[in-house]
Design a protein around this ligand. Structure first.
Ligand code: PLP
Length: 484
């Protein structure tokens, strides 16, 4: 359960529900049920949220209670609502609460296929010089065992300096180096979330966060991030207060997949509410180095943390290269010690040479990131232009940063489209991969990490796939994929 939504709030989300297409043919209660179902399936209404009492919603919508009552009954019949006498009604999904399976497809397996699955860049030209500069440094470590569970000192220093430069004074003792951001999240879940404990995530969110939570046996709950307007402060803070999950996982900078940037005020409220509700916040800053417009970034969420509730995670994968497998956690020094102890039971330590390469790359950071951002800006704009010209019925907000667009399709066909797209030689990650099963069928994530020519061709193939979608008897081909 992710809290309660009040009548006026649900009425706001429902908007013009009585004027939906096809509305004339259906009675009021069916239209209302359809609108609620639509919000749920699009991920705008969280799973497990308690809907307002019938009388309250009727008042907010200025309709009869019988209409609401019949709409709720219809939602119960379709499996989208569960009611218990005296306790209320909660949103559910007919198939239950599951996370879509991942896989291990990589673009290199099929070179003719355009990869619009991975939101990840190839290595920058500075990688080879950084590796060459790192190699001779290895001698300084070679006469010891080479095991540093919290990371080598010089990388911890460099990462801490990065936080300090962002206005968040940080010492090396507050940094634990990990094998990527995914590893950082997994370690935090191991330390803080026992099986069965609540984990609150955004919907949509980064698929491997859902997978990590599921793997640790957490009880997943979601709150919606709107593709156009971002976080719903009331729902998010309400979910923290009312359900008190053990941990909430958030991506405030250029959220994956919506690209939204969390405003300063909500960052401040989050830290305060997290403390009052006893909820730890894991803040994933994977994309913080990739703003694509001239904007002043809000302070890190941890800058508002007065009670050691915020655990920041970040890494090299998005601005530099995923193949390095270097990430980190920023936490109070005693928590870093505990995390290092957990980590010893998982993989002991990160490779020393890779950490040395990371130190060298971070030293060249300004130059690497500046050229990344210029290329990404051009690629983002080319992708948006290609979509507007080839698929004018699709909509997306142009993100101010990050690596991908979150595209709203003309119909809830994302999974079918992904299959059809494969036949046209382009792979995409359909919306449901970014939520719990059954939601987000109206969305597709499209990264702009490929060169412009490939993006343009990819969109062309997608347009063919979209028009081909309803052709009967199409051969089916499925292969697992990894969504980065
Ligand atoms: C929000 C977010 N966190 C973490 C990761 C994984 O990062 P890493 O490759 O460093 O494990 C990704 C990759 O897509 C991501 O989008």
């Amino acid at each position: 359960m992710t809290g309660t939504i009040r009548g006026p709030h649900l009425a706001r989300l429902l908007g013009n529900w009585h004027a939906r297409p096809g509305r004339r043919r259906s009675p009021d209660y069916a239209a209302l049920a359809g609108a609620v179902r639509g919000l749920l399936v699009d991920g705008r209404l969280p799973l497990g949220v308690r809907l307002p009492a019938e009388r309250e919603l009727a008042g907010a919508l200025q309709i009869s209670r019988t209409t609401v009552s019949s709409a709720y009954r219809r939602l119960r019949e379709s499996g989208h609502l569960t009611s218990r006498r005296g306790a209320g009604s909660w949103t559910t999904l007919p198939g239950g609460f599951r996370v879509a399976g991942g896989g291990l497809w990589t673009a290199a397996d099929e070179p003719d296929v355009i990869d619009l699955v991975h939101a990840a860049l190839p290595a920058p030209p500075q990688l080879a010089p950084a590796a060459a500069a790192a190699l001779p440094q290895l001698a300084r470590y070679a006469d010891g065992p080479g095991l540093h569970p919290a990371g080598i000192g010089e990388l911890r220093e460099a990462v801490a300096a990065g936080y300090t430069a962002r206005g968040l004074p940080t010492s090396a003792e507050q940094i634990l180096v990990t094998n990527g951001v995914q590893h950082a999240l997994d370690l935090l879940l191991r330390l803080l979330v026992p099986p069965g404990a609540g984990l609150l995530l955004e919907s949509p969110t980064y698929p491997s966060a859902l997978a990590a939570g599921t793997a640790r046996g957490a009880r997943l709950a979601t709150h919606g991030v709107d593709p156009a307007t971002g976080w719903d402060d009331e729902l998010l803070l309400g979910a923290l207060r009312q359900t008190r999950p053990r941990l909430a996982y958030l991506i405030p900078e250029f959220q994956n997949p919506t690209g939204q940037l969390m405003p300063t005020r909500l960052r401040e409220q989050l830290a305060a509410t997290g403390h009052l509700a006893g909820v730890d916040l894991v803040v994933d800053e994977s994309f913080v180095d990739l703003p694509l417009t001239e904007l002043e970034l809000p302070p890190p969420v941890a800058a508002f943390d007065r009670h050691a509730r915020v655990l920041s995670i970040g890494g090299m994968s998005k601005p530099y290269w995923g193949g390095l497998r270097i990430g980190w956690i920023r936490a109070p020094a005693p928590v870093v010690q505990r995390l290092a102890a957990v980590r010893v039971g998982v993989d002991l330590a990160s490779p020393v040479l890779d950490q040395l390469v990371a130190v060298e790359l971070l030293a060249a950071g300004g130059e690497v990131v500046a050229s990344r951002r210029a290329a990404l800006r051009a690629q983002r704009d080319a992708l948006v232009a290609a979509l507007r010209s080839e698929l004018p019925g699709w909509r997306c907000a142009v993100p101010a940063g990050g690596l991908s667009l979150w595209v709203e399709l003309d119909a809830p066909v994302a999974s079918a489209l992904a299959r059809s797209a494969e036949e046209q030689g382009v792979r995409v990650a359909p919306g449901p991969r970014f939520g719990v099963d059954g939601t987000l069928e109206r969305f597709l994530r499209l990264p702009f990490t490929l060169p412009v020519a490939e993006l343009t061709e990819g969109v062309h193939r997608l347009a063919v796939a979209r028009s081909d979608l309803d052709r009967p008897g199409r051969p089916q081909r499925t292969a697992p994929m990894l969504v980065a």
